[in-house]
Design a protein around this ligand. Structure first.
Ligand code: PEP
Ligand code: MG
Length: 325
């Protein structure tokens, strides 16, 4: 780290008027933990557990998983580490577990796979819980949730794994907070139901954008149509934040939008309580937040929400950046 970056890293992520926004990192296999902390990350907002699974030649065993997860938890303690349960299928194939489908984005992926394979899910949960022995920073996040039934089933399994470890192995483990990812648009209309079942929400704006706009996130032919700054996506995110507040459910966001400086300002203005991003985006986002007041970010939001086209949103953002650079 250069000296200048180090000085920046030690500064809090807050607006000119002192509104704090924790910035967290998205991690996978080769994340440089010490670098994340040196840059001032306040934890892991999304640990993609499928990454070590993708690098392996077969399903990693329970012990191996425990070791990998413990490393993450220890490295960031006491900051939170949000571990997402296995999110395979769709754009994340496992080489040794092929899934052939006509329409994988709408098919067997995320929580759907692990609920159909409780042995895989239970092994992973036990490994996470064992890894958290003596620590308090494990959070568990469920990907691609599309119904309350899935949340109920997953919760039951987490509780069962927790009980098993306590009674069979005498481990005294804290019960981790459990969250749901908001990636499927229907979930925006079930925040009340979710609030009875989970402790927090984390928006996956990459998939949420894909499903709201019906644009494949990985298809270069339609890449020009894929944009989280689409007015409908922004309004959906705003509605979600309002509902989360109404039900007193903490909500953060861990998709690429959080790593975009303008996106981060808009999310902060909407009331998102944590932003999780790739490490490389963190210094830029922090600098953008430190340059404005919360009221100014809210003015940008007010300017952007009535926009009818993505171009109008981008023009409003560009005008704002000119004013505040
Ligand atoms: C997302 O969908 O926004 C997300 C964070 O998860 P992933 O990119 O791993 O699908
Ligand atoms: Mg996703």
């Amino acid at each position: 780290l250069t000296e200048e970056l180090e000085v920046e890293a030690r500064k809090l992520c807050e607006t000119l008027d002192g509104h704090r926004v924790p910035l967290l990192v998205n991690t996978g296999l080769v994340e440089d933990q010490s670098r994340a902390q040196a840059l001032g990350a306040e934890g892991v907002g999304l640990y993609r557990t499928e990454v070590p699974f993708m690098m392996a030649e077969r399903f990693p065993g329970e012990q191996e998983q425990t070791r990998i997860y413990r490393e993450q938890l220890v490295a960031f303690a006491p900051f939170p580490v949000v571990m997402r349960t296995l999110d395979i299928g769709g754009d994340k194939p496992l080489p040794y577990f092929p899934i052939e489908e006509r329409n994988p984005a709408l098919g067997w992926r995320g929580i759907r796979v692990t609920l159909d394979h409780p042995e895989v899910f239970m092994a992973q949960i036990r490994a996470m819980l064992r890894a958290s022995d003596g620590l308090e920073n494990l959070r568990i996040l469920l990907p691609m949730v599309a119904s309350m039934h899935e949340v109920d089933e997953a919760r039951k399994m987490v509780m069962r794994a927790h009980e098993e470890l306590q009674s069979n192995e005498g481990l005294k483990l804290p019960m981790p907070r459990i969250g749901a990812m908001i990636e499927v648009p229907s979930m925006i209309f079930q925040v009340g139901a979710l609030s009875k079942r989970v402790d927090f929400l984390s928006v996956g704006s990459n998939d949420l954008t894909q499903y709201l706009l019906a644009v494949d996130r990985d298809n270069p032919r339609v890449a020009g149509l894929y944009n989280a700054m689409h007015p409908a996506v922004l309004r959906a995110l705003n509605d979600l934040a309002l509902k989360a507040r109404k039900y007193q459910l903490p909500v953060s966001l861990c998709g690429e939008l959080a790593g975009d400086p303008a996106g981060a300002l808009l999310l902060m203005a909407m009331g998102y309580q944590g932003l999780s991003m790739n490490l490389s985006s963190l210094p830029r986002v922090k600098a953008a937040i430190r340059r404005v007041t919360l009221a100014q970010a809210k003015q940008l939001l007010v300017a952007v929400l009535p926009c009818e086209t993505t171009q109008e949103v981008e023009d409003a953002v560009a005008a704002f950046s000119r004013e505040h650079d």
